[in-house]
Every structure is written in C-alpha cells, then in structure tokens.
Write a protein that binds this ligand. Structure first.
Ligand code: NAP
Length: 247
C-alpha cells in the first residue's frame, strides 16, 4: 500500500491501539520500538525494533521505507526520540503528529510537590524517607545514591544500577489496582511516592492510594518536546491525519 504507510514511534499502549485502528481507515501501520523491553506486546502490522542511529538515520529509514507520515506516540518522557522525529520530519518534508495522553492533575486531599526533573526529585525527598519509587529502570540509580532513604523501587525490568539492600526491588508490569497499591504502601511503611507525570489510567491508582493514606507525592514534570499537532487519544489522531492529505 505505497503512500499510505504510517510510521508509529511506539513504546506506549496508545501506540498499539493506533496500530490496530489504522488498517480500518485504509492505512498501513509500521510500528517502531526502541528495544528496551524484552517480550514487548506486539502491535498489529509490521514491527521494527531498535534505534535508527539519530535523526538522520530516522529520515533515511522513512525515505527508504516509503513512509508517508510519522506519528510520534512515544512516552511523554522519551524526549530524545521526539526531537529526532521532529528533525527527521523537517528533513524529509513528511507530516508529523504526536499522540500523547494528558498529564495528571491534583484532586482535593492530594499533597503533591511538582519538580522539573529527576535531579530535583532526588533533592526534594526529605531525610530518612520511606519511598515508593515508580520512575522506571533507567534513572532509578540516582535515588539509590541517597544513603539515608529507603523503600520500594518498582519497575518492569531490573534497574541499570543495582539497588542497595535498603531497597526492595519489585518487578511488575501495569496495570496496578487500587487495593494492591494501598497494600504495597501500607506494608512498606511508605510516606513518599516519587513518580513521573506519565498520565493515563494503568498507573493512576497509586495516586488514589497516596491520597487515601496521606502519602506525599513528588511529581516529576514532563520534559518539553518540539511543538507539533497533538492528539490525546488514538481516535483523535485521525482528525490530524485527514489534514495530511495522504493519497
Ligand atoms: P529516548 O531517551 O527519547 O530515546 C533514546 C534513543 O532510543 C533514541 O535516540 C532512539 O535511538 C531510541 N528510541 C527511542 N524510542 C524509539 C522508538 N520508538 N523506535 C526506535 N528507536 C527508539 O527514549 P527513552 O526514554 O529511553 O524511552 C525508550 C522507549 O521506551 C521509547 O520508545 C518510549 O516510548 C518507551 N518508554 C519510555 C518511558 C520513559 O519514562 N522514558 C516509559 C515507558 C515507555 P536512535 O537515536 O538510535 O534512533
């Protein structure tokens, strides 16, 4: 289906949903994953895995593979690939849109401290705090360097830096349910939750649990990304694709 092939930069549940929807609208999805997770859930259609070798490599891939448009459906915290996607779109003249779920917002009873990045989150944790750390495997090591804090570090795959013995490592894949989040925080004597403003439903219940147990939250804000047309849901992306005039 030359000319109607759409590259989805993935790594999110929304990217998989979009790959399932595209064929119904007459488009051919080509999904791309970074290759950081073993046994990822496979989307519908063609799948390629691994980096492109920067923005230039991504632009070449699009030219060589007959890509007609790029949808950046990567995680809100995956800043580098979004920058590369924007640069590759500029270099090739291809249309680009982003699929990005909205961030979370505070509700009455919440006690959130918003910080700009990982380093600020590490600094913001009070001395001797018991922490539930849910920021993924890549940056967990920055928290393990604080000898006075301890707690539970939850992630899908083991961290790049080994956790000290004062931390309990919990390998688990979302979704996480409220009753389990309550039990985890209670049994771990957690008084601080550290998380990224990832948005979405599958990891939201930890925020409900924190509210119920009066656990304080350090919420790491999203990195800034290039400004491109953005939709919040896979369904809404089709409003943008219509303007792309892909034949
Ligand atoms: P990143 O820092 O923005 O990207 C690092 C490099 O990984 C990119 O330069 C690119 O390599 C490669 N890459 C990233 N996403 C790719 C994709 N979809 N297809 C092909 N190559 C990709 O990304 P990250 O934060 O490490 O995240 C990696 C992946 O995990 C992303 O796809 C993201 O959607 C997913 N994810 C990230 C988080 C998070 O918190 N960061 C959470 C959940 C899922 P080249 O320069 O060689 O092309």
């Amino acid at each position: 289906m030359p000319g109607r092939r759409i590259l989805i930069l993935g790594g999110t549940a929304e990217a998989r949903v979009l790959a399932n929807l595209l064929p119904r609208h007459g488009y051919e999805p080509v999904s791309s994953l970074a290759g950081v997770t073993a046994n990822p859930n496979r989307p519908t259609g063609q799948l390629r895995i691994g980096g492109f070798g920067g923005a230039g490599g991504l632009a070449n891939y699009c030219r060589d593979s007959g890509i007609a448009a790029i949808i950046d459906a990567t995680h809100p915290f995956a800043a580098q690939i979004s920058r590369h996607a924007f640069e590759a779109a500029q270099a090739t003249g291809l249309p680009i849109a982003r699929l990005e779920r909205p961030g979370w917002t505070e509700a009455p009873g919440d006690c959130w401290l918003r910080v700009p990045d990982i380093a600020a989150a590490v600094r913001a944790i009070p001395e001797n705090a018991r922490v539930l750390l849910t920021i993924g495997r890549k940056e967990a090591g920055a928290f393990f360097g604080r000898a006075d804090i301890s707690g539970i570090a939850r992630m899908i795959e083991p961290p790049l830096r080994q956790a000290p013995s004062t931390w309990t490592l919990r390998l688990a894949r979302p979704p996480f349910l409220l009753r389990d989040e309550l039990e985890l925080m209670r049994s771990g004597s957690i008084d601080w939750l550290v998380c990224k403003d990832a948005g979405g439903e599958s990891t939201r219940d930890k925020l409900e649990a924190a509210r119920a147990l009066r656990v304080s939250v350090i919420m790491i804000s999203r990195p800034s990304k290039p400004k491109v047309p953005t939709a919040c849901t896979p369904e809404d992306i089709f409003h943008l694709i219509r303007y792309f005039r892909i034949t």
